[in-house]
Design a protein around this ligand. Sequence first.
Ligand code: GH3
Ligand code: MG
Ligand code: MG
Ligand code: MG
Length: 313
Amino acid sequence: LIEMSYEYEHFQTVKQQNPIRVENAPLIQLIDDDISMLILLKDALERKGWMVIASTELDVAKEQYYDHRPDCLIIDINLDGESGFQLLEDIQNHTRNKYIPKIMISVKADRETRIKSYKMGADDFISKPIDLEEFLVKIERHMDNKKLFDQSSMIDELTRVYNRRFFHDSLLIFMNELSRNQRLFSLAMLDIDFFKKVNDAYGHQTGDKVLVEFAKYLKENVRQTDYVFRYGGEEFIILFSGANGNESKTALEKILKGFSEKRFAEGENAFSVTFSAGVFMVDEPEMERDIIIRAADQALYEAKQKGRARVEC
Ligand code: GH3
Ligand code: MG
Ligand code: MG
Ligand code: MG
């Protein structure tokens, strides 16, 4: 009993700690209905330096997945009255163009279950009881592969615009252009307004569709010399080449008007979406990149403060 209550308390603090994510730190999602097992694995993974979100229930796990975008999933197949396969199925669409290692764990390790796991998109299968050393070395291998995969890509899997990593490379190139050829540019940071409400009202899949459409609209409505990046969840960056702050602001306002007139149909309902944007012009080659990004972010914050659906310079 003492052990149980220790576990319970520990699990409560584990749950509370879930939402904190250090920027870019690799995150592993764990789901197992056996609390002792969950705590054991979570502790072991954390001692290896990974961040872990854990849950014992399928519903919670689904929500956590969409809220936290883990880099790796460890899924117990035999959940209390439910099947871990359901989670695999649910996120199938979302993981289609991505490499997110999915590791199934199970006491039921017969040939059929193993084959089913791989057929449903799992990358590995580990049977219980778990050999902790083998488990950790396998996870490490999967996380290394994932890192390599992500580093070799410049395209965001969902929206097919450039990704955050490539943004940092591109900013360097723009800075070089500025110091060598005095070509100034503007950096705009865009964030969809009340996007949580879209997810809450219509589900994450519809939310994803909005992101895809938004990215597509941006790409189609900037000049060929401008670059569109997905910076984070529903945050995008545009590098406007050779454009000062006002020119970029005007371009964005036109985009904002056009995009907010778009109707997204969802069953009986139709809804529209706006965004807010902050623009910062870069015309000094010595300027630090962090400061540039922060300045655009600050302008975006102002746009949100002033009521959203607007562009601040
Ligand atoms: P605000 O106007 O203040 O920006 O409100 P907001 O609701 O957009 O708030 P915030 O920017 O903090 O929330 C962003 C939400 O976007 C939270 C997260 O669940 C959701 N999100 C992030 N990435 C994705 C994604 O890839 N797909 C979906 N569907 N939702 C995502
Ligand atoms: Mg179980
Ligand atoms: Mg946001
Ligand atoms: Mg937002």
